[in-house]
Design a protein around this ligand. Sequence first.
Ligand code: ADP
Length: 614
Amino acid sequence: MERLKRYFKYFFRDELSIRHRLVNAILGSAFVVQFPALIISIFVGTGKFGLITQIVMTVIIFIVLYLTNKFPDSPVPNIVIVIVANVFVFPLMYFLCGGYRTGIVIWMLFGAIFTWLIVDTKWALVTSVVTFIMLNGCLHIEIHHPGYVSYLDTRNDEILDTSIAYIFVTLIFGFIFKYQTKSYEDQAKVLRDNDEALRLLNENLEEANIRLESASEAKSSFLANMSHEIRTPINAVLGMDEMIIRECKDKQILEYANDIDSAGHQLLSLVNDILDFSKIESGKMELHPVEYELFSVMNDCYNMIFMRAKRKELKFIIENDPDMPAFLYGDEVRIRQIIMNLLTNAVKYTKDGSVTLSLGYEKLSDEMIMLNIAVKDTGIGISEENRKYLFDSFKRIDERRNRNIEGTGLGLSITKRFTDMMGGTIEVDSVLYEGSTFTVKIPQKVADEGKIGHFADRLNRRNEALEAADKGSEAEEKKKGFTAPRARILVVDDVKMNLNVVRLLLKNTQIQIDLASSGEECLKYTLMKSYDIILMDHMMPIMDGIEALHKVREQADGLNTDTPVVALTANALVGAQEMYLEEGFVSYLSKPVKSTDLEECLLKLLPEDKIVNE
Ligand code: ADP
């Protein structure tokens, strides 16, 4: 019984097609009927010819049943059944079992229709034509040579045979159609259930997506807040420190102040790296191509790196191809960031020797060049096995050797992402303990035909001119500026320290400054006095800067409905500038604000007649 069940399960297993299960059902039933019939015939005794026919039939059914299950994907066993049944068995039965007056014609019809169920259309068509010819052939042979047919004994036997054939064929087809309909219904139900499951899954996915989106929004606003929260105190520290550098004469204290300045800027660049990285991760980093002067980028990098290299007694060399175009079109800020990241690393990971920045180009077309930036150092180098991790985020290699060197493992990852975004490549060539060369290639548009010349020559000329013009210290330099004693501005910020920083930064300008520590306080001032400029912080409790700006604009009897308002904020996220301008701010200053930026902004916006001594 167990074995029978196993066979049943095997013949009707789910992975078989409905057509295949049908073939199994028919052949299985035929075998179940044919095999006992053969045994009975052997015992009861039947004609030699009948016995051979029965044995052949049983063997054929068995072989085809075996083959069709052994090779379920092959159409051959089905074709074999169709040919054997239609071409051999039925025509043979026609002559052996009584000709057209018996049920054999019904069986032949059965064979022809059955063909359509189990083989594909092409084979079914061929077989139909063949069976038609076979039936006609049998009928003609019977008409012309009735002696070839062994007729049944009586007319009653013929009627009985026809009736049995009718009943069998009807039952078999009935079973087949019912089985097929049921199978399709079952399949349709499974599909409906799957559909429902898919719909539910979709709904869950949509919900998860909404949750993810809101989590990502939360992350963005967390970043904005974090940027604000961290940059605000840095702003205060750097601003106050700048005041010390400006005003203090004590050498020792100036040294401390310079250390605070360098550590503060380091902290700031770290916060910026994390912000940049998060922006890249969330896909919010965008390129802002502008026309820029290559010399100015090199100059900035030189100024920023020169002192660091000097402090470590490293030689800092800048070389360039003098024929390079002087003006390019691209994202100047990111290009500078890439060069700075590579130069900072080169200085960080080099104990003695030199750091060299080389700029070159290859012409791609009349309008495009490939900008080649190479930063070479004589530092600790990078082993071959570590090179593959170089551009991974937060991955610092050889941490044991580099434990005294500050870093987050983000610089090169950000550099690589920026390079990729600009359609460029970055490569590294390094020999352990001898040094490394990082080469970045970025396609850039040429904005002007002019050539840059030798950077080193231009730099020397500029330095000589600067030295001649100004023999004073860096601190002296910072004390220069303009005055505007008749100008009046209002500064709004919820952090007292920030208010103080702006006040102190502008001390030398003699501008009259009012300080408001909330949106509400700002509205009180704007009712009482008319200002030339309002500097407004964005993130303030209760009433933020944007709301305060709108209220100032709409203030009935307000004296500042047209006063230019500048956003003074630590929000450095992408799109911040556009957002502020759209809200109605005239300009945007990112904290920690530099005194030069602040003064430049005021100079632009203050009425000219109030500026003296520029
Ligand atoms: P980090 O903030 O640690 O400097 P980076 O992403 O800039 O992060 O660099 C990843 C790692 O690659 C560094 O920790 C350092 O081990 C190695 N590296 C980067 N530049 C150099 C270089 N010029 N010479 C030797 N090792 C370097």
